[in-house]
Design a protein around this ligand. Structure first.
Ligand code: ACM
Length: 511
């Protein structure tokens, strides 16, 4: 019932885990929880029922009987830690806070299995806490739009892997996806289409609240991104007065010919994939007032601490203008009560507010200037989120022939390549104390449906979640271990009709 003799079928793998006596499940099994944990109990019961068909009565009662799952708040070190045991036929999940209990329930779902005698939980004694506080997944809803329902589905998939941050890339050249009061054309005109000429869409503020609430119930923080000053062609469609003329470079011209895509035209929706041709009017009081308005409304929709203001690929903005703009944008984010996050280029800002977070998206072998930009955030008393594009970008093809995805980040990224890296060795001088966490972005130029999202994210996101959670020196932090453990996730994915990529790198037959 365990892989080898000691390894449990868990991704990410816990800090300490020992196999124990299994717990058999019957249709009389209950989830027993103290009142403050009834929500976690309900979510667990729903997921267990979906797999087993059993009812799982929820009982606000401190006294479990054999076969029950008992949830309890216990302990003193909050921050996602939990303890799980299966002694005496009772599954106990205990944690200092409800987030820890929730992550414990995600572990329990991976311990669920069945054999000729029916359903059981693998026996385990687990003591667990994450390596990084920020374990992120990003979804680009600008290149292609994904409905509230699709985003909530993705939240469930990532929560199962103990991912606790969902970064939504809400605006880009191809579309503006969030209603902003006072600027109706942003959604009436600038949200209508998507990459490849597909249909667009946008979230009303109520839609967005629904996503944030759905995520929060699963202890996931939503980080909204309003990309500035570049990646703003959509703004030219709605509010051209805040934008610079479109700059068509030779590279963009060549790429557009190669891909058979139209060049961007200021004021008209863009459906290609080129980058670097759009900019807000930096240094303009009207633009600053617009952004203040946008940030204020986005902050009001955001219970989490962070607001991402982009800052990437501003190829047409002079270095001086970019440095000044970025400092103002970061200050504006602070002004609406949030901690700024920005792509690493914003490390060139004239001044970074203390505590700002830089998101590194260069390669595993950094360009020295990019590494310096990332380090600027640490120097300003902030930290770094690592998303090395040749390992953590989920939109890269798995192999040359893969039908979806791109290859610009050092070619395709195999499951193995997405796993075999360590956050503390990417940028010289940036070690665990300077790293808030890691994040796996999924850009959606070629990713059109939620099935495509599942295929590109899984199984790679499972390995990345293992990096984010498990200790760096754990015996299980090896490709041989993780590929065997990922194989064991397949039954749950099949049961949920998840269209993961059945990569030949994974020994699925173990499942
Ligand atoms: C990025 O990939 N432009 C952040």
């Amino acid at each position: 019932m365990v892989i080898g003799d000691t390894t449990l079928p868990l991704v990410p793998y816990p800090v300490q885990a020992r196999a124990g006596a299994p717990v058999r499940l019957t249709d009389r099994a209950r989830v027993v929880a103290e009142p403050a944990l009834l929500d976690e109990a309900r979510l667990l019961a729903l997921d267990l029922s979906a797999r087993t068909g059993f009812g799982f009565e929820i009982v606000a009662d401190p006294d479990p009987t054999p076969g029950d799952v008992a949830l309890r708040r216990l302990g003193s070190t909050p921050g996602d830690a939990y303890h799980l045991t299966t002694a005496d036929g009772v599954v106990r999940i205990e944690a200092p806070d409800d987030a820890g209990v929730f992550w414990g329930t995600r572990t329990l779902l991976q311990l669920l299995d069945h054999d000729a005698d029916g359903w059981f939980f693998h026996g385990a004694e687990i003591e667990d806490a994450p390596r990084f506080a920020y374990r992120g997944a990003m979804l680009d809803v600008a290149r292609h739009f994904f409905s509230v329902r699709d985003v909530c589905h993705y939240i469930d998939l990532v929560a199962a892997l103990k991912i606790n941050v969902l970064h939504l890339h809400l605006t880009d050249d191809q579309g503006w996806r969030l209603e902003i009061e006072g600027y109706p054309r942003l959604t009436a005109d600038a949200a209508r289409s998507a990459a490849g000429g597909d249909a667009g869409g946008f979230y009303t503020q109520d839609d967005y609240r629904e996503i944030v609430a759905y995520a929060a119930r699963r202890h996931i923080t939503v980080v909204p991104e309003i990309d500035t000053p570049g990646h703003t062609h959509a703004v030219t469609v709605a509010q051209p007065e805040f934008t610079e003329p479109t700059v068509i470079s030779d590279d963009l011209r060549a790429q557009s010919v190669e891909l058979g895509q139209d060049l961007p035209v200021h004021g008209r929706p863009y459906t290609g994939w080129g980058v670097g041709f759009s900019s807000l009017k930096t240094g303009d009081p009207g633009t600053d007032a617009f952004l203040d308005d946008v940030f204020r409304q986005v902050a009001a929709l955001t219970p989490g601490p962070w607001l991402h203001f982009g800052g990437d690929e501003c190829l047409g903005t002079s270095a001086e203008d970019f440095a000044a703009f970025t400092a103002r944008a970061a200050a504006a984010v602070v002004g609406v009560g949030k901690t700024p996050i920005a792509w690493h280029e914003a490390g060139k800002a004239a001044e970074l507010p203390p505590g700002s977070i830089g998101q590194y998206w260069g390669f595993l072998e950094p360009d020295p200037a990019q590494a310096e930009e990332a380090r600027a955030f640490v120097a300003a008393g902030g930290a770094v989120v690592l998303s090395p594009s040749d390992a953590a970008y989920l939109d890269m093809k798995y192999d040359e022939d893969f039908p979806l995805g791109l290859t610009w980040a050092n070619g395709p990224t195999s499951v193995r390549a997405s796993y075999e890296w360590d956050p503390a060795t990417v940028i010289a001088g940036v070690s665990d104390a300077d790293i808030l966490g890691i994040e796996a972005p999924l850009w959606t130029e070629t990713v059109r449906t939620i099935a495509d999202v599942e295929t590109m994210a899984l199984p790679r996101l499972a390995g990345i979640a293992d990096i984010a959670w498990s200790p760096r020196d754990a015996d299980t932090r090896t490709w041989e271990s993780v590929r065997g453990r990922i194989a064991r996730l397949a039954p749950a994915w099949h049961a949920g009709s998840v269209r993961f990529h059945p990569s030949e790198e994974i020994p699925w037959t173990q499942a």
